[in-house]
Design a protein around this ligand. Structure first.
Ligand code: NDP
Ligand code: 2IT
Length: 460
């Protein structure tokens, strides 16, 4: 067992035996899908104390049901590149769980996308969405399309082809996609345009993360990064600490990273490093965010350009070295498994106080163990990065009302939601005998909400 060191009581031993049995089925049914196995292992281990106290969840077979996606759609995406050559990518949508709302979750465009990554993200999304307290089920989608070396025209044509299949599976009350790695407001715009054209109806609520020009929510762009920092603030407060004056390292330089850096800086922290998939920059004077935004959001170039403008800063090739920079707070905001056991040990050795996940599953199970064993504050992604999908749900609410809220109103609601997720997770951790353990707390709180709703809906 990784998260839960050892079952303490007889009831926990019974529950442990049960989750291990279900876990073996997951491995057999999904051979070779290591990311999915990892996400399942973390959640399953966390649920042992819940099942020990409330065995009816085991009797109702909730775990067996919830780990199996309601459906998974895999489709061909043919398109023509700028040279006139036919290209074929693979598209995915995992419609994981619709117990408490329409399937909801982002779309990822990255060459690594496969069934394992889709399922790990979709499975996590169910419990993350439940934690927000808003009416959204869990889903995820994407493609192995790599937007990086593509022209604007190629990206649009690819998306139009992608949507020509996906449109039949989604809808404002069915499945509501949004962005993730490689998908931002530009890509959502092309998806929405094609959906509207095929569907012949203006259904604003079918996507979130839209441009505010056509009823996207103000504050959605900032929501995941801001939310992660609000969550970090609550964690620090719990130990009598503040964000002000802390040194922060943020991996990535995409949507989540940029707005995590913006909020951390606004609250008085010093952000000294960020990265992309090629390397990282260290700026001991503090990262100049205007430069990062220009390079990444406007010019869509590589992070190493930063040192051309700020020659005192240092660029290093390779990603994992960023975790060797001493910091008080680490915010992994790039991708899965970016902090392994060795990086975790290095962070601890260098005095890290809190690790808060802006990305989904950025820490390996071994890394999480290192943080928990050393009593480092550890904020798991499904709680800490839930601000993005929470504001997505607020976007759906505004679209249903056909009325927009101000940025301030959305931001105020986001802060309340992040505080509530923190409190809920801490309370569950305490109630089930693991005080302060936010992994166990967040997983139990999220799972319980979905499981209770599944029970009252019958065997579904
Ligand atoms: P973006 O595409 O905007 O940015 C991703 C960043 O991570 C880029 O800097 C990218 O570098 C880097 N990156 C991506 N893949 C890798 C890799 N394999 N190795 C190293 N670096 C990599 O994505 P987001 O900011 O939206 O997403 C970041 C993370 O946050 C993901 O885990 C996502 O699932 C999660 N998340 C996103 C939410 C959202 O609202 N967008 C909500 C909740 C979680 P490069 O430019 O070189 O590719
Ligand atoms: O991982 C995530 O929570 C997201 N990519 C955001 C999903 C959403 O529907 O806003």
């Amino acid at each position: 067992m990784a998260i839960l060191k050892e079952a303490k009581t007889m009831e926990e031993k019974v529950a442990e035996h049960y989750v291990n049995k279900v876990y073996r089925t997951v491995i057999e049914r999904n051979p070779g899908e290591s990311e999915f196995h990892q996400a399942a292992r973390e959640i399953f281990d966390s649920l042992v104390p819940l099942f020990a106290k409330y065995p009816h969840y085991m009797e109702q077979g909730i775990l067996e049901r919830v780990v199996e996606p309601e459906r998974m759609i895999i489709f061909r995406v043919p398109w023509v590149d700028d040279k006139g050559k036919v290209q074929v990518n693979r598209g995915f949508r995992v419609q994981y769980n619709s117990t408490i709302g329409p399937y909801k979750g982002g779309i990822r465009f990255h060459p690594s996308v496969n069934a394992s990554i889709m399922k790990f993200l979709g499975f996590e999304q169910i419990f993350k969405n439940a934690l927000t307290g808003l009416p959204i089920g869990g889903g995820k989608g994407g493609s192995d399309f790599d937007p990086k070396d593509k022209s604007e025209g190629e990206i649009m044509r690819f998306i139009q082809s992608f949507m020509t299949e996906l449109y039949r599976h989604i809808g404002p009350d069915i499945d509501v996609p949004a962005g993730d790695i490689g998908v931002g407001a530009r890509e959502i715009g092309y998806m929405f345009g094609q959906y509207k054209r095929i569907r012949g109806a203006f259904e604003a609520g079918v996507f979130t993360g839209k441009s505010p020009a056509y009823w996207g929510s103000l504050g959605r762009t900032e929501a995941t990064g801001y939310g992660a920092v609000y969550f970090a603030q609550e964690m620090l407060k719990g130990r009598g600490m503040k964000l002000r004056g802390q040194t922060v390292v943020v991996s990535g330089s995409g949507n989540v990273s940029i707005y995590a850096m913006e909020k951390a800086q606004a609250l008085g922290a010093k952000v000294v490093a960020c990265s992309d998939s090629n390397g990282y920059i260290y700026d001991e004077k503090g990262i100049n965010l205007a430069t990062i935004k220009r390079i990444k959001e406007v010019e869509r170039k590589r992070i190493k350009e930063y040192v051309n403008v700020h020659p005192h800063a240092k660029y290093t090739e390779g990603c994992s070295g960023i975790w060797s920079i001493p910091c008080d707070i680490a915010l992994p905001c790039a991708t899965q498994n970016e902090i392994d056991e060795a990086s975790a040990k290095l962070l601890v050795k260098n005095g890290v106080k809190a690790v808060v996940e802006g990305a989904n599953m950025p820490c390996t199970l071994e890394a999480i163990d290192v943080f928990l064993d050393n009593d480092i504050l550890y904020g798991p992604g499904k709680a800490a990065n839930a601000g993005g999908v929470a504001v997505s749900a607020l976007e759906m609410a505004q679209n249903s009302m056909r009325l927009p809220w101000t940025f301030e109103e959305v931001d105020r609601k986001l802060q309340e939601i992040m505080k509530k997720i923190y409190r809920q997770s801490m309370n569950a951790a305490e109630e089930f005998g693991y005080p302060g353990n936010l992994v166990i707390g967040a997983n139990i709180a999220g799972f319980k909400r979905v499981a209770d709703a599944m029970i009252v809906q019958g065997v579904i």
